[in-house]
Design a protein around this ligand. Structure first.
Ligand SMILES: O=C(O)CCC(=O)C(=O)O
Ligand SMILES: [Fe+2]
Length: 357
């Protein structure tokens, strides 16, 4: 045990507990009502029921699982297979598409969450290409290295990788937009209220590989964090290890894998838009000493130029805006930087934008 690299070691209060509480309470929502072939055949009452379920899941948990979601299983299996093949390549091969401080997309094996290194390797690609970076996003430290767009870095192997990724992205993105419509309605807004923010979206998909770990009681696959984007649609395999911090009592709850389901979680930007009506929730990933684990989150994110602030319709004299506007591009860039090093400074969080009341 003494030879574990200290960069991976979690502070005692963040280490896994020996007892696991299973997530019986996490809402399981059947999305069949939005997946009728002909739209007008869906009874209104079913949609209303669904909206209600989504609204209370977002309020009480910030986390829920969905089934009958409309994403074809063959597309999901294809990207899962491509991901396994990619991570099985030699490190040298994977490093050919490694991300760096300038281009944020590609392979990365040294990610830190809250300044502790995660026991995982990842591959990121953006759904919409190219991603143009407006000049206001960041003052480059070094003009020559400043990029005006982020490009996906596709590996040569496995040969079907790019196509598998793109086909899956198209489907999972549709699901994310449907969920956003339901969320909008559940907040009393027009279903299309959020659409404008995603015209030049920066949504991305991440392939996560958590190798079996000899120190599962000291390290985490992914340290506790909240997702910064708008909404996450996560495909996890059958190994398990994801834990969510229950809002009601702060306990860490294990999310039991359900085959062909997705885990949905509210991100920081919904929290800001909804003026804290729906809050993003902390989660983390355990590793184990026997099995590798794979997961594939889709992160719905707005355009870089978006100023995210509490929506006017959701604030009033009695419920004044709790946040100042957050420029998504600046926020995202600041967070990206902090992923590169183990520093002692906390990275940028939405509460730094809280209006003092
Ligand atoms: O691997 C998982 O189950 C969760 C991944 C996650 O939370 C993330 O990548 O932000
Ligand atoms: Fe996450």
């Amino acid at each position: 045990m003494v030879d574990v690299d200290p960069v991976f070691v979690q502070a005692p209060e963040h280490r896994p507990k020996s007892t696991v509480i299973l997530a019986e309470g996490i809402p399981l929502i059947d999305l069949s009502p939005i997946n009728y072939q002909e739209e007008d055949t869906t009874p209104v009452s079913e949609i209303q029921g669904l909206v209600k379920q989504i609204g209370s899941a977002c309020k009480e948990w910030g986390f829920f699982q969905v089934i009958n979601h409309g994403v074809p299983l063959d597309k999901r299996e294809r990207i899962e297979e491509a991901s396994r093949k990619f991570f099985a390549l030699s490190l040298e091969e994977k490093l050919k598409v490694r991300r760096d401080a300038v281009n944020v997309l590609g392979y990365f094996e040294a990610e830190h969450t809250k300044n502790v290194r995660d026991w995982k390797e990842i591959y990121d690609f953006n759904v919409q290409q190219p991603t143009f970076i407006p000049p206001l996003v960041e003052q480059p430290d070094d003009e020559q290295n400043f990029q005006f767009q982020w490009d996906n870095r596709w590996p040569q192997n496995p040969p079907e990788f790019k196509e598998a990724c793109q086909e899956y992205a198209e489907e999972v993105e549709k699901l994310a937009y449907k969920l956003m419509e339901l969320i909008a309605v559940s907040l009393g807004l027009e279903g299309s209220r959020f659409r404008e923010f995603f015209i030049h979206n920066t949504s991305n998909i991440r392939l996560n590989h958590y190798p079996a770990c000899p120190y599962p009681d000291l390290a985490l696959g992914l340290g506790h964090h909240k997702d910064t984007g708008v909404l996450t649609v996560l495909a996890q395999d059958d190994v398990g290890g994801l834990e969510v911090r229950r809002k009601s009592d702060g306990e860490w709850i294990r999310v039991t894998p359900i085959s062909n389901s997705f885990i949905i979680n509210v991100g920081d930007m919904i929290q800001v838009w909804s003026n804290d009506a729906y809050e993003s929730v902390e989660h983390r990933v355990m590793v184990n000493s026997e099995k590798d684990r794979f997961s594939i989150p889709f992160f719905l994110k707005p355009a870089l130029y978006t100023d995210v602030e509490p929506l006017q319709e959701l604030t009033n004299d009695k419920n004044p805006p709790k946040y100042k506007a957050i420029n998504w591009g600046k926020f995202r860039t600041a967070r990206m930087r902090s992923n590169f090093t183990k520093s002692n400074v906390e990275n940028l969080q939405i509460y730094h934008f809280k209006v003092s009341q």
